[in-house]
Design a protein around this ligand. Structure first.
Ligand code: AP5
Ligand code: MG
Length: 214
């Protein structure tokens, strides 16, 4: 198995499904959102560049994101494969990925388009909680932790993401429709795109993804 792209709007379940794939297949999840949030938390130069864009629900400039993905894909743990979660997100990012993959001798095998009724996305994002320790993801209604506000896996406190506020979510959804949805057409001619019905039970959706990959 080589490279997989998870494509889908905010709240589609990219992170949730990527984590399950990582556990089962032992290939890394490359989430540009997680990498950028980590940089913001650590106050690095990258974090300082990205913060305002992220807080307003906008997209971080292409050259910044392309740079971090290029570096990440060259790491040894991507040799067997990788799961791109939240990248590419614009046509220039997709074109850059094609170039980088060729340079590094990597192949994108599948582009999985996670499809969810847009009305579900707001509720998913408003109720999301994330573990600050291990990154596990929860939902107050759909995937509640055993103990309120505490991670089942490592016991660390759960937080709500800064950009999971209704107004910011709306901006993120607008940006998805404007900048990212056109990628469906970009990949259409490659024969790599597969639609995944991403409403319903998390495990059932995962089962369908695994069927496609095998
Ligand atoms: P990023 O972190 O990538 O956020 P996003 O794309 O908005 O996607 P999310 O992480 O919000 O959703 P998800 O699809 O991962 O859903 P999840 O699995 O968590 O990016 C954040 C920001 O960083 C961007 O706005 C931008 O500023 C910047 N950025 C990142 N990458 C960039 C790039 N390439 N270029 C430029 N800027 C970039 O699920 C959501 C919730 O729903 C969870 O609570 C989960 O438990 C629940 N859930 C999941 N599946 C189900 C289900 N089947 N049923 C019910 N609930 C479910
Ligand atoms: Mg995510």
């Amino acid at each position: 198995m080589t490279g997989i792209i998870l494509l889908g709007p905010p709240g589609a379940g990219k992170g949730t499904q990527a984590k399950k794939l990582t556990e089962e297949f032992g290939i890394p999840q490359i989430s540009t959102g997680d990498m950028l949030r980590e940089a913001v938390k650590n106050g690095t130069e990258l974090g300082r560049k990205a913060k305002a864009f992220m807080d307003s629900g906008g997209l971080v400039p292409d050259e910044v994101v392309i740079g971090i993905v290029k570096e990440r894909l060259a790491a040894g743990d991507c040799a067997k494969g990788f799961i791109l979660d939240g990248f590419p997100r614009t046509i220039p990012q997709a074109a850059a990925l094609d170039r980088v993959a060729e340079e590094l001798g990597k192949e994108i095998r599948f582009v999985l388009s996670l499809e969810v009724d847009p009305d579900e996305l707001m509720e998913r994002l408003c109720g999301r909680r994330t573990c600050t320790g291990c990154g596990a993801m929860y939902h107050v209604k759909f995937r509640a932790p055993k103990e309120d506000g505490k991670c089942d896996k490592c016991g660390t406190a759960l937080i709500q993401r800064d950009d999971d506020r209704e107004e910011t979510i709306r901006k993120r959804l607008e940006n998805y429709n404007k900048a990212t949805a056109p990628l469906l057409d970009y990949y259409k001619t490659t024969g790599k795109i597969r639609s995944v019905m991403a409403s319903g039970e998390i495990d059932a959706i995962y089962g369908n993804i695994v069927k496609i990959l095998r």
